[in-house]
Design a binder for this molecule. Structure first.
Ligand SMILES: Cc1cc2nc3c(=O)[nH]c(=O)nc-3n(C[C@H](O)[C@H](O)[C@H](O)COP(=O)(O)O)c2cc1C
Length: 192
């Protein structure tokens, strides 16, 4: 039998981390109508119908408060070229509109917070419900609109175009460089 080493459930101690979190840039609106942008990696799909995603966010963060108060947000999906930017954005002082991060806000299709032009894809969400554990929030967002760079759909391997980034630990990240197709299965362009 292979030797197994036990580790603590506290994620802050994980090295290496066995669970990945995709790095996203979440936009929300402040009370004065200006935008706020923050990197978030505790995020994942939860259900097909309704299309629900979950976001883990600290209640002390502008993003968490904005989502609870104004009930809308956009999950912007950066490519690898914006990975370092995610850490820089996190260090910027507030107020922190999209422009302060050197990025370009563009209107979303269905919600008020903006999309970020430089990102590859965008999931527009409305707050469905939330759970609070002390200062930590689990936000369930219902996806009401989505958009993606047209170039991603034209590429032979859309994943080589997207170059999605995952958080590993500390200041380390990984990049999804290419897709691997199961040899005996036909390519499927949509769904899981
Ligand atoms: C790559 C990266 C990913 C992060 N992911 C999360 C996350 O998923 N949830 C969270 O609460 N904070 C996360 N943080 C920390 C906050 O986003 C960060 O402290 C930010 O400045 C808070 O901004 P806000 O107050 O505008 O929301 C992350 C930071 C980095 C650098």
């Amino acid at each position: 039998m292979k030797e197994k080493v036990e580790f603590m459930p506290d994620k802050r101690t994980w090295h290496p981390s066995p669970l990945l979190g995709q790095i996203t840039l979440v936009t929300s609106l402040n009370s004065d109508g200006t935008s706020n942008v923050a990197p978030k990696r505790w995020i994942s799909m939860m259900a097909f119908s309704p299309p629900l995603l979950a976001l883990g966010c600290n209640l002390g963060h502008w993003t968490g408060r904005n989502i609870l108060e104004r009930k809308e947000f956009v999950v912007n999906i950066p490519g690898a070229e914006l990975a370092e930017q995610a850490w820089k954005v996190h260090e910027l002082p507030h107020p922190r509109p999209v422009e302060a991060a050197g990025l370009t806000p563009i209107p979303a299709i269905k919600v008020k917070p903006p999309r970020i032009e430089e990102c590859r894809a965008h999931l527009e969400c409305v707050l469905d419900q939330h759970l609070a554990y002390g200062q930590e929030l689990v936000i369930l967002g219902r996806i009401v609109a989505g958009s993606i760079d047209a170039e991603a759909l034209q590429a032979e391997d859309p994943y080589s175009y997207l170059r999605l980034v995952v958080f590993l630990e500390g200041h380390r990240y990984g990049i999804v460089e290419q897709a691997h197709q199961l040899p005996s299965q036909p390519e499927r362009r949509t769904g899981a």
